[in-house]
Ligand binder design. Structure first.
Ligand code: G
Ligand code: G
Ligand code: MN
Ligand code: NA
Length: 250
């Protein structure tokens, strides 16, 4: 059986789930938000990682209902938290190309009662490259709702600097590849420094992804990084676990 067929049923049969990974302030350690990460528990094959099924869903258009489910679920869950943390949701380039995204976002915010400034949408450079003008128009309409936009996996694409000039980002998410080499590669450390300086000059906060050790976090603190995300701060976990931790029921 083709995985694509199974995926079609997965959306209907409740095999999809969202895990949440904490994002914290580097200077205070305070929680700032949670990134929602999609999980698929296949009935026979077990857990299938998003890097395997998201490209598939993008090819056959399933990413549209799937992405809508992710957005609706993440917003509804976040609305139930007693703390006003942000929830960050990843968007596929296909969602920009084929759906009336600003309308969908607006409807879901009204439906779930989540305050717009608590939703952050993460996009990658591939979204921008697909159709620059269209993407810009859509992003402006989404931002007009009060929702914030983060550029994800920053530093791995080809037009990062032009992208920062032309697009109204509220956060830069520095790709985790730089973090994994910060202690061994002077080049990686120099790049992190440069991106932090860029963020400061442009007044865009920077979040470092893939923080796994205390020494990496110390470096980020010394360099003035705003936020951090990674296994050190917390692994992606099911909503129930996050909710219990957050409300002290653990
Ligand atoms: O934990 P991790 O394996 O979740 O995620 C792998 C990749 O899948 C990341 O690049 C992440 O951005 C992407 N991803 C995770 N959840 C979603 C989602 O809901 N929608 C989209 N489009 N991408 C996602
Ligand atoms: O591409 P995006 O940033 O949306 O996806 C985040 C991805 O990074 C997810 O696959 C998530 O599970 C993974 N991730 C989160 N924290 C860490 C970390 O500290 N180390 C590694 N290697 N991966 C991480
Ligand atoms: Mn992301
Ligand atoms: Na990323």
């Amino acid at each position: 059986r083709a995985l694509a067929n199974d995926l079609r049923e997965a959306v209907e049969n409740g095999q999809l789930d969202l895990h949440y990974q904490v994002q914290t302030s580097v200077s205070t350690g305070d929680i700032r938000g949670y990134e929602a990460l999609l999980r698929w528990k296949h009935p026979t094959r077990g857990n299938i990682p998003p890097i395997e099924f998201i490209p598939l869903a993008e090819e056959n258009g399933l990413i549209l209902p799937l992405g809508e489910w992710v957005l609706r679920t993440a917003c509804a869950k976040a609305a139930s938290w007693e703390h006003p943390y942000k929830v960050a949701v990843n968007l596929s380039p296909v969602q920009f190309a084929h759906a009336d995204l600003p309308k969908l976002v607006h409807e879901i915010l009204l439906e779930t009662g989540l305050r717009p400034n608590r939703l952050e949408l993460e996009i990658t450079e591939s979204t921008i490259i697909a159709d620059k003008n269209r993407t810009l128009t859509i992003l402006r309409r989404i931002k007009a709702l009060g929702v914030t936009i983060a550029i994800d996996d920053f530093g791995t694409g080809y037009s990062s600097l032009e992208t920062l000039r032309a697009f109204p980002f509220d956060k830069i998410k520095l790709d985790r590849s730089f973090m994994s080499e910060v202690e061994t590669s002077p080049q990686a450390k120099a790049i992190i420094r440069a991106v932090l300086a860029l963020g400061q000059s442009l007044h865009i906060p920077v979040l470092a992804e893939g923080v796994e050790t205390h020494s990496q976090l110390s470096i980020l603190r010394a360099e003035g990084c705003n936020e951090a995300q990674g296994y050190l701060l917390g692994r992606p976990a099911p909503f129930g676990e996050i909710f219990a931790l957050m409300h002290g029921h653990n």
